[in-house]
Design a protein around this ligand. Structure first.
Ligand code: SF4
Length: 136
């Protein structure tokens, strides 16, 4: 059985103890949310595994922005900074707005799609202040 947990909760008191407390139940833990560490994700992953906070470090949106991330860490020992996910969240905002998910800011495939313009337009529309009904 696999238990997915947010690495942010792992930094809380409960989260950091949960993997050890539940070990008797034969659960494997996969952390999530590690992309927020950005350039420091490899350091975090190493520390989390070493400290026993998790059994696996899950990679989510980092894989959309930078699919070679694990290979570069393991084989080259360095990262290409321009490819690192900066957690802009277009990949999650687009589906919320009815568009296909993808890394619009960093992946040229998505940058060139018509949905990229639609996404920008919808975001601009959402940023516009709504009329105050009290000022009518
Ligand atoms: S859209 Fe933003 S959050 Fe999503 S993968 Fe690309 S850089 Fe990361």
């Amino acid at each position: 059985m696999v238990f997915l947990f947010s690495i942010l909760s792992s930094l809380t008191n409960w989260g950091s103890r949960a993997p050890r407390l539940l070990r008797g139940f034969s659960l494997d833990f996969v952390s999530s949310g590690g992309t927020y560490f950005q350039d420091y994700l490899p350091h975090f992953a190493q520390a989390a595994l070493r400290a026993g906070w998790t059994d696996f470090v899950g990679l989510g949106r980092m894989m959309l922005a930078y699919p070679e991330f694990p290979a570069d860490v393991l084989e080259k020992g360095r990262l290409e900074r321009k490819k690192i996910c900066r957690t802009f969240s277009d990949c999650t905002n687009a589906p919320r707005l009815g568009l296909v998910s993808g890394c619009y800011p960093l992946d040229s495939f998505y940058k060139g799609r018509a949905e990229a313009k639609q996404l920008q337009a919808k975001k601009a529309e959402l940023r516009r202040p709504s009329p105050n009904p009290l000022l009518k």
